[in-house]
Design a protein around this ligand. Structure first.
Ligand SMILES: Nc1ncnc2c1ncn2[C@@H]1O[C@H](COP(=O)(O)OP(=O)(O)OP(=O)(O)O)[C@@H](O)[C@H]1O
Length: 294
């Protein structure tokens, strides 16, 4: 049986021109959740709230059954976070930065740190501020993993990172999840990462969660149906996502149900095709996700 590792209840943050929430969100032990959404949809704001880096206007975050604010230092020892937190420490070298960060984590694993530094070809003598954007992302990623956290919260860890390192990050995250009792919340614009690492997908749109579903649902239920005609009733069908012409076709989030209803309407089906994850996500977030897979 799974148990909730992190829960948010009616979490809300208001800026002058943007409101996030109210967000109800849950992470079960052993699951990897992709957070996807167009630029500015509120992913980073949500992550900062999860990490208690900014204060909500209302609502709460519970982590490991505690309200975050009440036991913050203890809770954070079990979390790995990457989300541009290191900028104020730019005057430190990577070696100094690691030594500073290690102080907070009883589980800091120097051997694993050495392994990751070598794996991602990081020059430890370099000052953080002098690192390239991709290097900084790799350093953040390494520091988030080195204390073997139970929960990883990563805000676009591979953005701006070279392809070889992106592949390594993917492998490391798959390995992280393999123990079975760890959890991951990953904001990403990479379909490849969603596909290979995550089990669940949560879609943000203009500060709200508009969809949250099991990834396999897209493979099983989403599809395109070519038809002889489309009636008003079918156009308004709750499972019809889009109707387009030349040739006349319907995109649906429930193939089996729509096929049945089309038959009941005596509409001829000429062809049926399942959607790829990439196509499904494009419909869900307004065709703005950067396609990287396949
Ligand atoms: N400190 C702040 N003050 C005012 N507005 C803010 C602040 N931080 C974020 N915002 C606004 O909140 C909105 C959501 O931004 P956020 O960075 O959370 O989006 P995102 O989904 O992470 O985007 P991206 O995919 O580009 O990283 C944006 O309109 C942004 O301008």
């Amino acid at each position: 049986m799974t148990s909730s590792l992190l829960t948010t209840t009616a979490l809300t943050k208001k800026y002058k021109k943007f409101t996030l929430g109210p967000i109800d969100f849950k992470v079960e032990t052993g699951t990897a959740i992709a957070i996807v959404g167009a630029n500015g949809s509120g992913k980073s704001t949500f992550f900062r709230l999860l990490m208690n880096l900014i204060q909500p206007n209302s609502g709460s975050v519970h982590v490991f059954n505690h309200i975050f604010g009440e036991n913050e230092a203890e809770i954070k020892k079990q979390i790995g976070y990457a989300g541009e937190l290191l900028e104020p420490f730019g005057h430190l070298t990577i070696r100094e930065l690691a030594s500073f960060v290690s102080f907070w984590y009883p589980n800091w694993d120097p051997k694993y740190f050495r392994y990751l530094i070598k794996r991602y070809q990081i020059d430890e003598s370099k000052k953080y501020a002098k690192c390239s954007k991709g290097m900084k992302k790799k350093v953040e990623f390494i520091l988030s993993l080195t204390h073997h956290p139970n929960l990883l919260i990563l805000d676009e860890p591979s953005a701006g990172v070279d392809i070889i390192s992106q592949k390594k990050m993917k492998e490391d995250l798959i390995q992280f999840m393999e123990s079975g009792n760890r959890s991951l919340i990953l904001a990403t614009h990479s379909i490849d990462e969603v596909k290979s690492i995550c089990d669940w997908i949560t879609v943000f749109h203009e500060g709200e969660i508009i969809q949250a579903f099991d990834k396999d649902e897209i493979f099983e239920k989403w599809g395109r149906i070519w038809v002889s005609q489309v009636t008003d009733k079918i156009r308004e069908h709750p499972n019809v996502i889009e109707v387009s012409s030349t040739p006349l076709q319907i995109v649906t989030n429930d193939l089996r149900k729509l096929e049945n209803d089309l038959k009941n309407e005596h509409i001829q089906i000429t062809h049926v095709q399942k959607l790829t994850l990439e196509e499904g996500l494009e419909y869900l977030i307004g065709k703005e996700l950067t396609a990287k897979a396949d």
